[in-house]
Design a protein around this ligand. Structure first.
Ligand code: NAD
Ligand code: DAU
Length: 342
């Protein structure tokens, strides 16, 4: 069946992977990609879709109701909302834009989706809304929200507004909460592409704190599969966690990358910790597995090998990013960060 879907944030890491995934799986769908092209948005990620008559890009802000209205007025069969400020470190230095985009932008979309009776609206959220875990336990969908960073607080706020739209107005909304993604087209401010690209450039690999914070990694295509299943088959008003049971301390990830690239561990540089650094994330994905038969395809070893290879084969992609405004960002974030260990 033909459907017309709005994807917000489609020029970012997960959004661009999702658009490729949907364009490939549902070639008859019309995909409208709305993205502001902030520092994190990159149309290079979607080059392969240029000329595809069922794909269209529109540059715009999710908070700009006037601009958005005509796109809703033409009739949408659904919206998948990924546009966000997504980097925890940036939220510590500039929280306002996280409130603006992640909270107010989500409310603008919800209001328009209600006005134009969009039959399905999926909010792509994060496991970070649950806060931090100790050495044991998992995040299930019923765990109370306890966000710790301005980023996660803004995502938790947006999630609550989405659920309020369901409870108050009966709006057909859904939420997914995924763990850390890795894969192609990830902006090199995030751990894995930062470490791969720095290692290839023989630059220091900045590990925060003691390097023992744990993240639960999932290949981005497995996340896209989960979004697809929830969007098409999930129960409205419900939250679905997505995660692949792949917990690793950060230092293990860094060492894995060093080994795969044949570099020296002397590149590892322990730096001052991230303020309020969540210790451990781990997802319980039982609900999406049971209800929607979601199952990740990538085991971590294979997913990482393919990913490292992608960054090796696409050096121009990340070198172009790193040669621009990124350099000022890097100096600001890491230039003053004294070494905490050697
Ligand atoms: P990203 O930073 O790579 O991409 C975000 C995209 O949103 C960019 O293309 C940017 O231009 C766009 N954008 C930002 N502000 C906008 C605005 N005001 N209007 C329109 N577009 C705007 O982020 P990502 O890692 O791809 O994450 C996408 C979504 O998935 C986010 O909502 C994030 O919270 C969520 N998420 C990410 C992860 C992860 O590991 N990366 C895990 C779980 C959930
Ligand atoms: O859990 C899902 C979340 O994962 C998403 O909601 C966020 O959008 C996404 O950015 C990611 O957040 P993290 O803060 O976990 O990802 P990041 O890649 O920034 O950091 C991963 C871990 O690596 C974290 O413990 C901090 C550490 N780190 C990160 C960087 C950039 C370092 O040690 N050194 C670094 O230079």
């Amino acid at each position: 069946m033909k459907k017309r879907l709005l994807i917000t944030g489609g020029a970012g890491f997960i959004g661009s992977n999702l658009i490729h995934y949907l364009a490939n799986k549902y070639p008859q769908y019309e995909l409208l990609n709305l993205d502001l092209l902030t520092y994190a948005g990159n149309l290079e990620n979607l080059k392969a879709l240029e000329g595809n008559p069922n794909y269209r890009f529109v540059k715009g802000d999710v908070g700009d109701r006037q601009f958005l209205e005509p796109y809703f007025a033409t009739g949408l069969d659904g919206g998948i909302h990924l546009a966000a400020e997504s980097h925890v470190d940036r939220s510590i230095t500039q929280p306002d834009i996280f409130v603006q985009t992640n909270i107010l932008g989500t409310q603008a979309l919800l209001d328009l989706a209600r006005k134009y009776k969009v039959p399905r609206f999926l909010q792509v959220s994060t496991d970070e809304v649950y806060g931090s875990l100790g050495e044991t336990g998992y995040f299930s969908e019923t765990k109370p929200l306890a966000p710790n960073s301005p980023y996660s607080a803004s995502k938790a706020s947006a999630d609550l507004l989405v659920l309020a739209a369901y409870h108050t107005f009966g709006q057909p909304v859904l939420i997914t909460r995924c763990s850390n993604n890795y894969g192609p087209f990830q902006f090199p401010e995030k751990l894995i592409p930062l470490m791969i690209s720095n290692a290839l450039e023989e630059k220091p690999l900045p590990v925060y704190g003691d390097g023992l914070n744990v993240r639960d990694w999932l290949h981005v295509k497995d996340h896209c599969q989960g979004i697809d299943l929830v969007f098409h088959g999930g129960r409205v008003g419900e939250v679905y966690n997505i995660g692949g049971n792949n917990e690793y301390p950060n230092i293990d990830i860094v060492k894995l990358i060093i080994k795969a690239l044949g570099k020296s561990e002397s590149l590892i540089t322990y730096v001052k910790d991230r303020p309020g650094h969540d210790r451990r994330y781990a997802i319980d994905a039982t609900k999406i597995k049971k209800e929607l038969a979601w199952a990740p395809e990538y085991d971590f070893e294979r997913g990482m090998a393919i990913t490292i290879n992608w960054y090796l084969e696409n050096q121009v992609w990340w070198q172009t990013i790193k040669s621009g405004a990124y350099q000022q960002y890097y100096q600001k974030m890491y230039g003053q960060r004294e070494r905490s260990f050697s």
